[in-house]
Structure formats: structure tokens, C-alpha cells
Design a protein around this ligand. Sequence first.
Ligand code: CP
Length: 313
Amino acid sequence: MRHLISIEDLDREGIERIVDQARRFAEVSDREIKKVPALRGRMVLNLFYEASTRTRSSFELAAKRLSADVVNFASSGSSVEKGESLKDTILTLGAHKPDAIVIRTPWAGAAALVSRWTDAAIVNAGDGKHEHPTQALLDVYTLKSRFGDLDDANVWIVGDVAHSRVARSNILAFQKMGAKVTVAGPPTLIPRNIEALGCEVRYRLDDLAQADVVYALRMQKERMTEAWVPSMREYATWYQINGRRLGSRQILMHPGPVNRGIELSGEVVDSPQAAIVAQVEAGVVVRMAVLYELLSGARATEPAPNDMEPQPA
Ligand code: CP
């Protein structure tokens, strides 16, 4: 794998390899010194043109735990505000010779475009409504930690599918891992022809009890340029995952940030079924595994012995 732009860049074996490596890195996270020398001397550039809490902090932590040098760039406060283009920004920061560029933008296709302007490995940290592949990988990791494997697991992805990059990456990733995926939401928020990705479509939650996993999506108000639902209250009435709709044996997931009281009620966010914090925790080790896969040059099933060495205090 040269870049990670889409879940399409990985087959099931590739996803399993990253998840297995992430598990090895989870052991590092339990050490007193949470660091290995695997990417010493490598440089990771985190380029964020859009707000982020989880993805940005976990990529920074992941690169640091691998001993890489990290440069964090946010478009706000940079020369982007003076009109510098994405291409010129990449060419400028490329002068520092990054080995990997982690990029989040509001523009679908931007990560693929950037891969043409630099020799660095590109990791798509979310490009508009297109994809968010590391979110899908950390969600697979989280579910495999609970179920062992995802074969025949029944996953319902509920809510604003139309504006969601997470939905697209997760439909693809969960299905590659053998799960059956259903997307559910109001007709205005379910893209036409989404069935072409292999999932089923429901416009009501009457059969939600069939799900082993309820994956709620955020109502992406910032990407809605017109009224896609009559009101948020109306949406919540029909589609909110709450204590009445979530069964006690079901796992609840959400990529964050959560709109409490809209797509999820407060009680389910704080319930034992919620895996939302586990998803964030998985983000660091899975992103370590992605950076390691792209930059270590090693494609072996086991890491080089020195890569995982404990570091002196
Ligand atoms: N899930 C996710 O991408 O969250 P952030 O926008 O906080 O990075």
C-alpha cells in the first residue's frame, strides 16, 4: 500500500494485517513509556483544513508514539488565509520532505489530488463527503475486539448517510470483513443507488432489533445547505437512538462528535452498550498501524524486532 485514500485500497487481508498490528501496538500503550523506535527519523505532516478533535489528536499521538517527527498544520492561522492554494501549500510544506502527509479537507477527492503533488505517502483523514478510511479501520478494530470476527454480524448504520464520509468507508469495510450492512434514515438522507455498495436500505427503524451493532451517524448540519429534514425535533422523533430503540444486547457506535439529544439520547451515549470511547481509544493504535504499514517498508506479518523495543525513561 503506497497511500491510504480509500478503504478500496485494502482487501480483507490488508484490513486484518492493520488490525493485528494495531493489537501489537495496544501492548505499547500499556507500557509506562508509551513509545517505540519504529519510525525514528521519519517525518509526519498533519494537514487539517477542517475542524477535528479525535482524528487530529490521535494521528499526532500515533506518530509520536512511533518516534516520528511531527509537524501539525491547521489552515486557520496559516497562509491559506492569505489565499495560498492547496497545491502551493503542499509544494511549500513538501520542501520539509515529509514521509507521510495526513490530510483532512472539506473537499471530496482532495487526498487523491494531493498524492500527485508529493512523494510522501498520503493518509486520507476525511475528504468532504467521500471517505474516512482510518475511522472505518478503527471501527473494525473495535468490533473485532468485542466479537472476534465480523462474519455475518448485522450492522445498521443509521442517520445522515448522504453527507457522511464515515458511512461510505464503513459500509465498504464492514462488508469486506463479512458483515451484513443495512443503512437506515429518512429518504432525503439516503443517497439514491446506495444499494450498489451491497447494503440494504430501510427508511424506518421498526426492525432495528435485528441489528447486533447500531452505528449512529452525526447529523452533519455544516454540510446541509437546505432543509433535508422538516426539523431536528422531527428527525429525533423518528430516528433518534434512545433507550426505547436500543436493545440491551446491541452495541452502539458513533464516530463523534455526538449531537446529544438529536441522533442519540444522552442516556444511550452514557450506557454500557456504547462503544464510543473504545472507538476513540482504538484510533491511536490503528493510526499507529497505518503509519507503520506505510512508512516502515516492512510488509511482514511480524514487525522487525527492534521496532517494538521499549524506550528508556
Ligand atoms: N470521527 C472523527 O473524525 O472525529 P473528528 O472530526 O473529531 O476528528
